[in-house]
Design a protein around this ligand. Structure first.
Ligand SMILES: [Zn+2]
Length: 266
């Protein structure tokens, strides 16, 4: 984290009394993974004397929700405000507190209660009604705020030990750092934002200009997939990041096509 980010995150840990005695300044990004039995006060913050919740403990880091449909529906719905605004306001009878909560939300979910719907080998035992009930626990508006949707199939045994090595985390981190640097430089003048995710509509217009072919593709995708205006802007931000990873100043058709592809299930 930058020094300013480290200060912000450390303040929150100090308020909840979780600042490690030997580490007065938290300098690495927090990773929070609350259990699905968490209450809305635990997630978003609350109490007679308002205390920050998990969304603020994850500020400048990652909030990971495993088995998303297992969370209570009303608990998931309270995520919408911090995801949109980057902060939360907790109002009590005699006071109102505002805590920062800008985090990367990562969620995982099975396709159905038994976990095998769509599996190539094992059979799913769920009824269509069960599958429907399971997936409907996560609302459209929440899914709409998730930019990258990926389906990951089960790994066959022979693939688990075929000796192939993937890219190391170090190599991937270098690529991410490089792309972050490009973004920092781009927004240096604004002094307000430092990465693509924080672009406003005006900034999207400036930095995500499309050529005619990309514009046509996006137009077709919006119609075909029934995408919201929010999803449209989010696709452009993702395309901007893909172009940055590619070290290209202008968005190309391939960047937009890849960004749209991540929206398929959304
Ligand atoms: Zn199933």
């Amino acid at each position: 984290m930058s020094f300013d980010e480290a200060l912000e995150t450390s303040k929150i840990y100090s308020i909840v009394g979780k600042l490690p005695a030997k580490t007065p300044l938290i300098s690495s990004r927090p990773f929070r993974a609350p259990h699905h039995t968490i209450t809305d006060a635990g997630l978003i913050g609350g109490g007679t004397i308002p205390r920050p919740g998990e969304v603020s403990m994850a500020h400048n880091g990652v909030l990971f929700l495993d088995e998303l449909p297992e969370f209570k529906k009303h608990v998931l719905e309270v995520l919408r405000q911090p995801l949109e605004a980057g902060d939360v306001t907790i109002t009590r009878a005699n006071q109102s507190m505002n805590f920062p909560s800008r985090f990367i939300l990562v969620v995982a979910s099975n396709p159905c209660p038994c976990g095998y719907y769509g599996d190539k080998v094992r059979e799913c035992n769920c009824t269509p009604a069960q599958i429907q009930r399971y997936s409907s626990k996560v609302s459209g508006p929440l899914l709409d705020r998730i930019d990258l949707h990926l389906e990951v199939g089960a790994v066959a045994f022979k693939d688990m030990n075929d000796g192939r090595k993937g890219e190391s985390s170090k190599v991937i981190k270098n690529r991410v750092d490089k792309s972050r640097k490009i973004q920092e430089n781009r927004y240096k003048m604004s002094k307000r934002i430092f990465c693509n995710a924080q672009m406003t509509t005006a900034e999207i217009d400036t930095y995500c200009a499309l050529d005619p072919a990309s514009l046509r593709l996006l137009e077709k995708s919006v119609e075909k997939l029934g995408l919201s205006a929010r999803a449209y802007h989010r696709i452009l931000k993702i395309a901007r990041t893909i172009a940055d990873m590619d070290n290209k100043e202008n968005l190309a058709l391939s960047h937009v096509a890849e960004a749209v592809q991540y929206r398929r299930n959304g």
